[in-house]
Design a protein around this ligand. Structure first.
Ligand SMILES: Cc1cc2nc3c(=O)[nH]c(=O)nc-3n(C[C@H](O)[C@H](O)[C@H](O)COP(=O)(O)O)c2cc1C
Length: 393
């Protein structure tokens, strides 16, 4: 019999029997606390920031408590198959790491993209590299081993640069393009505004731009020798109002499968498919963009219904594996971990993130085992129940 992800916990107990307890935490609250104590204040502030008064970010987290799973007995699947097909690839599990611009700053060596790519290789959990990264996309993907990875695109206003970024992602070997459509301009984030905290404007995580000839040829000097000029050029091409025509143009530029990230309305789901999306990605950006007040989880079923046979990736508010199980049972094809993995990088880089992802997969697998689900299809068939006590977390 091959290994289940859940076996990880037996290894933890076995090590403890020999006197070795884990250096890293297992629950989200401890992970966040450790990150808050470890990260530079301005990095933690940026990662934890929400739009407006933060009600949407909190609603995302609380939403999962409205749903539950009814366990089935006497099925006891000894072997679970967590794998799924996405973007024409077989993935070991339906869990992936969301794109997080600035995750590059979340590991102790400020090379968090590379560290996350290594953890992806070690766990089989795909990494989505943000347009904003501390290392160029070509360097990051070299670290992902056989695990597929995705490149997230913020479409710049300069079409030559946009075509170049898309072409580079395809040439480098990314398995899909994740096109983010909810951030053509920045959300209003009071805690960052208070300190004028926008790390990109100090030159962090700009390497995909700085390594691109279609960016640098507009500059008199190499970007690292004259950051103000490089950033002034970036400011000119960054905030680009998006329309469905842009998606059609992106479609014309690549044979990579495209996921459209930021879909919350059923009509937008249909428009995205009509204009070239292979996959939809339902999210409200973790409550960092529109402070809509509606948790992304609440909007997921309508997006899934409108999507028909098109797979729907999902994120927002996932804090542990139980949340991921619920999102899958509500129709998501794959579920993204956001802030928690950035925090898990902070106190040990690749090692602590690998521990976190293995621990997440173990919890996920054991939920399926104990509830009597052999695979993702049987979980989806079972669906969710509404809970009587929708407790806040
Ligand atoms: C610090 C930070 C930076 C982010 N950067 C990006 C990004 O570069 N591109 C993108 O599509 N989404 C980005 N996101 C959104 C995430 O991909 C994801 O939608 C969000 O983190 C989910 O919410 P959660 O972390 O509360 O679960 C970012 C989120 C955070 C917290």
């Amino acid at each position: 019999m091959s290994e289940n992800f859940g076996d990880f916990q037996m290894g933890v107990y076995a090590a403890a029997d020999k006197g070795v307890t884990s250096r890293f935490p297992f629950d989200y609250r401890s992970i966040e606390r450790k990150a808050a104590a470890t990260l530079p204040e301005w990095v933690y502030r940026y990662v934890s920031a929400a739009a407006g008064d933060g009600r949407t970010q909190q609603a995302n987290i609380d939403a999962y408590a409205h749903y539950g799973i009814v366990p089935r007995m006497m099925v006891s699947p000894p072997q679970r198959d967590l794998s799924i097909d996405l973007f024409g690839k077989r993935l070991d599990s339906p869990i992936f790491m969301c794109p997080i611009g600035l995750v590059g700053l979340c590991s102790p060596d400020f090379q968090g993209d590379v560290a996350a790519a290594r953890a992806s290789a070690a766990t089989g959990v795909p990494f989505t590299l943000s347009t904003f990264s501390q290392a160029p996309m070509e360097d990051v993907i070299k670290q992902t081993g056989v695990t597929p990875s995705f490149f997230q695109l913020y479409l710049p206003g300069d079409r030559e640069l946009a075509a170049s970024l898309i072409g580079r992602a395809e040439a480098a070997g990314y398995s899909a393009l994740v096109v983010t459509v909810d951030t053509w301009t920045l959300g209003f984030r009071p805690s960052d505004l208070e300190r004028g905290n926008f790390p990109q404007s100090r030159g962090y995580c700009m390497e995909n731009y700085y390594s691109d000839e279609n960016f640098t040829r507009h500059l008199a000097k190499p970007p690292h020798e004259d950051q103000p000029a490089a950033l002034a050029h970036y400011a000119k091409i960054s905030a680009h109002p998006l329309t469905w025509e842009d998606l059609r143009w992106i479609r014309s530029q690549t044979t990579l499968p495209i996921a459209v990230k930021g879909i919350q309305h059923a009509d937008d789901a249909r428009m995205a498919i009509d204009n070239g999306a292979d996959v939809l990605y339902c999210t409200n950006h973790g409550g960092r963009q529109a402070n809509s007040g509606i948790p992304a989880l609440q909007l997921l079923p309508a997006v899934v219904e409108a999507a028909g046979s098109t797979p729907v990736m999902f994120d927002s508010g996932v804090r542990d594996a139980t949340d991921a199980v619920i999102a899958l049972a509500l129709g998501a094809a794959a579920v993204g971990i956001g802030r928690p993995y950035a925090y898990a990088l902070s106190y040990g880089g690749t090692e602590s993130l690998t521990h976190y992802l293995k621990s997440f997969l173990a919890e996920f697998d054991l939920m399926l085992a104990i509830c009597g689900f052999t695979d993702i299809a049987t979980l989806k068939q079972a669906g969710v129940e509404r809970t009587l006590t929708a407790g806040c977390r």
